[in-house]
Design a protein around this ligand. Structure first.
Ligand SMILES: Nc1nc2c(ncn2[C@@H]2O[C@H](COP(=O)(O)OP(=O)(O)OP(=O)(O)O)[C@@H](O)[C@H]2O)c(=O)[nH]1
Ligand SMILES: [Mg+2]
Length: 391
């Protein structure tokens, strides 16, 4: 599958940069293309300069709202991010249209954080704009949710997130939820290592996108996962996960198959990878709430067989009994069994529900504060009303 990738704001731009890196890897290692166009859009000029893999011309790193913000961002006010995106949206559309191999792409992937200003506000606006212009290509939004410490110290982080999610959900074909907090559960040092988190966020997409683009016969599975399978799966609230398990230890010469690599051993490795993918999902959710699911098994050719793929399917069916499940296999050369998992069409996501209810109670409070500011400004004007004006 080939994606047009656009990142908004600092977080979105940096994750889009990771997709440009994955594309470079796919081209170098496998001679295939997975992202015919990668763009970053920001109100902050310095953030655009800091990217590494996205082409560095102004058609790929797009500054919006330049005059309004002086190139310094919108300071977490996502209403302002949305307003700027409405005014400058054509810049983004022009850049996409100008991409040489746009026609090769199957879908859009738009990325932003929910808690900031620029990305959170621009994402829904540009999603809608792209949906109107390109009716035949699905638009998937990847939304990054804030860390717990941000939610507890900045009400605005919760409020922005609620507004962003509430606005993208009706316009995007699917919303992939990615909770920053989930990436520091096991390794709290990652809190200060956003670059590493961004790698972990992008990584599951690599096999998923490559599998259907392979040209070499030995890497084409018995059942390929292609753009059609992914598009049939992606709808509404969505989670993605990835897990792996070592299939050959220490690179020792292999004993004969009958010696120790029993079929049940292979299945065990596969299940282990599936378990990890499930527990490392990008958002905490209940698999039983999914209406669609997809898993891709990547493993060395010799380890792969249809029994294993089927066994994984039965296992997943037990956890997601209501889901239509699609699957595929992807023969690889690495000594790993890897599972990439998508759970989609989730009927309930606790985190989203929480943002909505907390923010609804914040509205009167925010309104009250705004009125207080206006009252104070008015009373100050009142004091100076008898002074002559220089205008
Ligand atoms: N995973 C990840 N999260 C990030 C990154 N940068 C910022 N965030 C998160 O994104 C939120 C802040 O949004 P930003 O993307 O910085 O904001 P912005 O869209 O640039 O908007 P303004 O700076 O307010 O104009 C916070 O929840 C951060 O934790 C990043 O590189 N990776
Ligand atoms: Mg910013």
């Amino acid at each position: 599958m080939k994606l047009m990738v656009v990142g908004f704001g600092q977080c979105g731009g940096r994750i889009a940069d990771q997709f440009a890196r994955l594309n470079k890897r796919a081209r170098g290692h496998r001679g295939i293309e997975i992202t015919p166009g990668v763009f970053a859009v920001n109100t902050d000029a310095a953030d655009l300069t800091g990217l590494s893999f996205i082409r560095s011309d102004f058609r790929h790193r797009i500054l919006i709202g330049g005059r309004k913000t002086g190139g310094h961002g919108v300071g977490k006010i996502n209403e302002l991010g949305a307003e700027i995106a409405k005014a400058d949206g054509d810049k983004v559309i022009d850049a996409i249209r100008g991409a040489k191999r746009f026609y090769e792409s199957d879908a859009f992937l738009l990325i932003a954080s929910a808690a900031g200003g620029t990305g959170s506000g621009a994402l829904p606006v540009i999603t809608q704009l792209i949906k109107e212009r390109y009716v035949d290509k699905p638009v998937y939004d990847l939304v990054v949710l804030p860390f717990e410490h941000e939610e507890s110290t900045e009400e605005r982080a919760v409020y922005n997130s609620a507004l962003c999610l509430r606005s993208v959900n009706p316009v995007a074909d699917a919303v992939i939820l990615v909770d920053n907090q989930r990436y520091i559960r096991k390794d709290s040092s990652l809190r200060s290592n956003l670059a590493k988190i961004n790698e972990l966020i992008a990584e599951p997409f690599y096999d998923l996108l490559c599998a259907g683009e392979e040209k070499k016969a030995k890497y084409i599975g018995a059942k390929t996962v292609d753009a059609g399978d992914i598009m049939q799966t992606m709808t509404g609230w969505t989670a993605i996960g990835y897990g792996k398990s070592q299939v050959r230890m220490f690179n020792l010469p292999l004993p004969r198959k009958s010696d120790f690599r029993s079929k049940s051993g292979e299945i065990h490795k596969g299940i282990q990878a599936m378990d990890e993918a499930m527990s490392e999902l990008s958002i905490n959710c209940n698999p039983a709430d999914a209406s669609r699911a997809l898993y891709l098994l990547s493993a060395p050719h010799k380890e792969m067989n249809m029994d294993l793929v089927k066994e994984l399917g039965d296992y997943l069916r037990g956890m997601a009994p209501k889901a239509t499940i699609r699957n595929g296999d992807y023969p690889r050369e690495r000594a790993l069994a890897e599972v990439t998992l998508i759970l989609s069409g989730l009927s309930d996501v606790e985190k989203v529900r929480e943002y909505y209810s907390k923010s609804t109670s914040l509205i009167p409070e925010f309104k009250k504060r705004q009125e207080e500011v206006e009252d104070r400004l008015k009373s100050m004007e009142e004091v100076g009303k008898d002074l002559p004006s220089l205008l």
